[in-house]
Design a binder for this molecule. Structure first.
Ligand code: GUN
Ligand code: ZN
Length: 423
């Protein structure tokens, strides 16, 4: 997919580029050229290695704009909606992340699972324990992945062993930023869990961290569930609405990513747009924990940039293809068509823009980091059969998005090096 230039902050479909028999030329982990094989093959030096990928579509690596690595073992937990789900399933599992070895083994599994599913970059929640973030970055850094992560800040309304204090949360985050932000391909996100588990004092210090470190990200949850919205209203009675809580403490802006945003007022949509804040649309989670239907059309009307998130373990799949499938259905229920090219954009360059990483990743423009995946036209008998009757690229793409999952990701390459393969 090509960069649509002036639509920098928008969600509109990008003009795509597609080569039926294409060549992606990579040197030192970066894209040198992308075009028709017959135009480019003759220009290559003799010693270049060529990897053929028959019956496949090469696209930029997927970008997951909201996921919790510590919730691998929460995935597919039965029977609850957000607040009970947090207390019954999530907090007990996150309590185990004080132990470095658990953190490392979960981070290794999580990253392997991302790569198997074709996700090459993610914006990731750690837990309240700073060592959870050290472990995640150790594992991601060893594999040279472009990843953004942060320690959860949470100083009330959770079990005691999962609480920090306003001051310790600030100091631990500051140390982690120093240690990790900008190290290789790693970036830090200041991560207050959500307004209900932070005091005003803690949110104010999160805002201070953003002021003191202008290139870090802000990552939190917003307006996911009706009971949650009511609770936040009760906890912050002086604020106009949920988003106003975050705005009051200086947490809005173009480096801020808010997961969900289902129950937003016109005022909140306006303020998100004016502040250039971003949203992560997490359809598998919104359906699985029964939260509600994200209004992509409103995001477009107001001009709020959107990416896709799995929100594992609220979401029940690591696969961005499955996420697109559910995103399509969530829009169908609202009489909105989510086109296959738009979905691919949201999963790649759109996600890169949400993370302000569009200079580095998201498409195959010359100079970008060569993170890409090979989608398999023969992944399953059904997919192969369905593709045989597809006429256009859009039809093919849609079939892969609706019928595909991890089985459709044949290979995952990071900066020109293959790191995962189904063979
Ligand atoms: N809101 C606060 N914490 C969480 C979480 O861990 N997952 C989801 N989906 N929503 C939250
Ligand atoms: Zn979440």
């Amino acid at each position: 997919m090509d960069d649509p230039g002036q639509e920098a902050a928008g969600n509109r479909e990008a003009p795509e580029r597609y080569f039926e028999d294409g060549l992606l030329v990579i040197e030192d982990g970066h894209v040198i050229q992308c075009g028709r094989a017959r135009d480019l093959l003759g220009e290559l030096p003799d010693n270049v290695l060529i990897y053929p990928h028959p019956d496949a579509l090469i696209v930029p690596g997927f970008i997951d704009t909201h996921v919790h690595y510590a919730q691998v073992d929460v995935i597919a937990s039965y029977g609850t909606q957000l607040i009970d789900w947090l207390h019954n399933h999530t907090f007990p599992v996150e309590s185990g992340f004080g132990d470095r070895q658990s953190c490392i083994s979960t981070a290794e599994f999580f990253i392997e699972e991302l790569l198997r599913n074709g996700t090459t970059t993610a914006l990731v929640f750690g837990t309240v324990h700073p060592q959870s973030v050290d472990a995640f970055f150790d594992v991601a850094g060893a594999r040279n992945l472009r990843m953004v992560c942060g320690k959860v800040m949470m100083d009330r309304n959770a079990p005691d062993d999962l609480l920090d204090t306003a001051q310790s949360g600030y100091e631990q985050s500051r140390e982690l930023i120093k240690r990790w932000h900008g190290k290789g391909r790693l970036g830090y996100a200041v991560t207050p869990r959500f307004a209900a588990t932070s005091t005003g004092e803690q949110l104010a210090l999160a805002g201070q961290l953003l002021k003191e470190n202008q290139s870090v990200h802000l990552h939190t949850h917003l307006s996911e569930n009706r009971a949650e919205c009511k609770w936040v209203g009760d906890l912050f009675p002086d604020r106009a609405d949920y988003l106003d809580v975050y705005e009051h403490y200086g947490l809005l802006g173009k480096r801020s990513v808010f997961a969900h945003g289902i129950y937003l007022s016109d005022r909140e949509w306006n303020r998100l747009a004016e502040s250039e804040s971003r949203l992560s649309f997490c359809p598998t989670s919104n359906l699985f924990i029964g939260s509600g239907l994200f209004r992509l059309e409103s995001a477009d009307q107001y001009g709020v940039p959107v990416g896709l998130g799995t929100d594992v373990g609220g979401g029940d799949s690591f696969s961005i293809l499955r996420t697109i499938n559910e995103a399509y259905k969530v829009q169908q229920l609202q009489q909105v068509n989510l086109s296959p090219l738009r979905s691919l954009y949201l999963a790649t360059l759109g996600g890169a823009r949400v993370l302000n990483l569009e200079q580095q990743i998201g498409n195959f423009e010359k100079g970008k980091e060569a993170d890409f995946i090979v989608l398999d036209y023969r992944a399953t008998p059904l997919l192969e059969r369905r593709l045989a009757s597809c006429r256009s690229l859009a039809d093919k793409l849609f079939a892969i998005q609706m019928l595909g999952d991890d089985r459709a990701v044949r290979e995952t390459w990071i900066m020109g090096v293959q790191q995962s393969s189904r063979h």
